[in-house]
Write a protein that binds this ligand. Sequence first.
Ligand code: FAD
Length: 509
Amino acid sequence: MSPKISRRQFIKAGTAAAAVLAIVPASSILKIGANRNGEKVIVIGAGLAGLSCAYELNKAGFDVTVLEARTRPGGRVRTYRDPFADHLYAEMGAEYVNSEDRFARKYTEIFGLNILTAKLYDGIYVRGKKFKMADFQKLKQTLPYEGTTGGVLFGQEKKYIQHWVDEISTWAELNSVSCMSCHEFGGQEKIKNAINLNHLPQKILDLDQLSVAGLLRKEGAPKDIIDLYTYTNATESTGRPETLSALSLVMGHFMAGGFDEETDEGRILGGNDQLPKAFAKALAPKVMYNRPVKKIAHDPSGVEITFLEDGKLTAMKSDKCVIAMPVSILRRTKITPEFTPAKMHCIRKQSYGHVMKIAMQFRRRFWDEPGSLGQRVFTDTPLRRVYHFSIDQPGPRGIILSFTSGAHAEKLGRMRIEGRMTVAEQSCSEIWSETSRFWEGGVSKYWNEDPWLRASYSMNGVGQKDFRGILAGSEGPFHFAGEHTSTHRSSMNGAIESGVRAGREIIEG
Ligand SMILES: Cc1cc2nc3c(=O)[nH]c(=O)nc-3n(C[C@H](O)[C@H](O)[C@H](O)COP(=O)(O)OP(=O)(O)OC[C@H]3O[C@@H](n4cnc5c(N)ncnc54)[C@H](O)[C@@H]3O)c2cc1C
């Protein structure tokens, strides 16, 4: 049986299967070190992808410059501290580091950071009904969604697509190929016969032309199953069942094996921002902040990158360039001459969802008191995931975080901050009656309005099964990093994996 994988890995599964052979083992991180003195490389973007790439290139003796549009490192890793009292903080971007996130864990170890284990859901609030997770798992209550099985929250759609999963398993057995999770998540060395998505039978590949909602409807799933999917895996993907590829759903279930809700998650104790800050400190003078790149040009003599510096357009030349900015911004950047048509198509079309985090400060941690539904509640309210974040701090104050996505994030995103907070307070009041008594205020971060992202993170859109591989491929002096190029897409781990991979491409020349 395949090892268990986490929900976040589950949502990325289709992508991961597409290019298993391109994976860089985390164990090789420190081994790369060919010295190519003086060769100049510009890295665009000081998110984890750009930083990890620059860090490895710098170590290998390259002359690296990182151009970053913001005045801080980390991109989508964003820890807020100032808005809160009592040294409280909140992750407004990337949060969880899973037990299998080998790249993220390797570098947290290198920089002496610790991972704090975070708890999973202990409550459910859907369609106005409240469930204690423990009671729900003991089958004392059932979900108010037609067609569901008792005791489990995630994966309710599986029985409707089981025959597709079985077909892949049979094919894999006949062709002596292994489930890639054996390599990816079992910590083994690269295996020879891992599944390459493009070798699957055509009728399975054709599922990429269907959406999750389309396939579930075709397989006779009730509308409620699709509705529930919106709040389970589609929430993590930041998309909608209508926009996510059915192939990635089926591959996710094939790879997930013993998938359940008990996988360990964690986050960096004291704030995830410590990781990009540690990379950036190691590179200090080589990172240039407040330098948004406007134009990427190249000719046989090399690369020329034009960026804004003190309000003026400035050009910098290099031998090589690593593009580690999100494609949602790259598609708004002038590229001359353009990359290959296939690459340009993916840059323009790569799907992203909508995502918002809301951090709410309360004077008392009433969610831990008797009678509370719990401190980590799965909901179908506009806040979707609602959970106590400040578990590593003593209280009495505490922060409840909301991770919301898809149509709910989009709708909240159209509101002003006051409107968002009214919805947040009302939704929390439905879960905990003490909300208004102890509410002190909140902040939100809607990533789709962030000028250097305008998106969430990449997702498996319908018809996009080949996108990741195309986006990751180097072209002439250009190498590409960023979560959207990684088999571990939409994660910090994937961003780092891609940065290390792009660095290796240059080092190995
Ligand atoms: C709300 C939210 C929750 C998440 N939750 C998790 C989670 O729980 N666990 C997890 O592992 N991951 C999570 N992620 C995903 C994770 O944050 C990303 O996959 C990862 O941080 C992406 O890193 P990156 O380097 O590829 O991109 P980014 O972090 O976006 O970095 C790209 C950098 O490029 C810069 N840039 C953009 N345009 C330009 C330009 N024109 N010129 C120069 N620089 C430019 C940006 O400012 C940015 O610093 C979450 C993301 C969000 C938004």
